[in-house]
Write a protein that binds this ligand. Structure first.
Ligand code: 5GP
Length: 181
């Protein structure tokens, strides 16, 4: 088992670089099929999704616009329950197809609130693509993740864009906090 240590805590690799590449490939194939002939607005959520989004969209073969938003709900290793809009988009979204790209859905609070915020602008559709999700932590059971890379346990993870206090984003694989750590 590959391990890495951060701030004195031990993390174990749960998804390798090669497995991430495979997940990204499969997700982008599905998205390519579904968005042929459409011109969606792709919205990637900063900070964590920047690497995933960069890899994913380079496989896209349909016309689209790409934007970032910066939302924050996490403080350290815990979800704070309310989201802050640190960078939002100022676009007319009426009758547009929107695809949100996220690194991980945990409680679902962030994307539930953000989807509601977007719905007010009357888009034609809003779908979610998340590399990871933690079904056991999900509080908003009605949140539909149409494109989900991998479901994981309700444990804190780092790597491939996901940080712990701004560290570890560069790791090419996903690492999970060891339970006894
Ligand atoms: P939610 O609102 O779904 O609880 O949390 C979503 C956000 O919390 C994600 O975009 C991510 O920034 C952060 N987050 C949730 N779980 C983890 C985790 O295990 N590791 C890291 N690094 N961030 C997480």
């Amino acid at each position: 088992m590959k391990e890495t240590t951060l701030n004195g805590k031990v993390f174990e690799e749960i998804i390798s670089k090669e497995q991430i590449e495979q997940i990204v490939h499969e997700l982008s194939q599905k998205i390519n099929q579904d968005y042929q002939g459409k011109q969606p607005i792709i919205i990637a959520v900063l900070d964590g999704a920047f690497i995933f989004a960069a890899d994913l969209i380079r496989n896209f073969d349909f016309d689209h616009q790409f934007r970032f938003v910066k939302l924050s709900s996490y403080e350290g290793m815990e979800s704070s329950g309310t989201i802050k809009y640190l960078l939002d988009i100022d676009l007319d979204l009426e009758n547009q197809d929107i695809l949100i790209i996220e690194d991980i859905v945990d409680t679902g609070i962030t994307l539930h609130q953000y989807s509601q915020h977007l719905s007010v602008k009357k888009p034609r559709s809003i779908e979610i693509c998340s590399l990871l999700s933690k079904p056991n932590a999900l509080q908003h059971k009605d949140l539909h993740i149409k494109y989900c890379g991998r479901e994981i346990e309700d444990e804190f993870v780092i790597g491939y864009g996901l940080d712990w206090d701004y560290k570890a984003r560069h790791l090419p694989a996903i690492y999970q906090l060891r339970k006894d750590s």
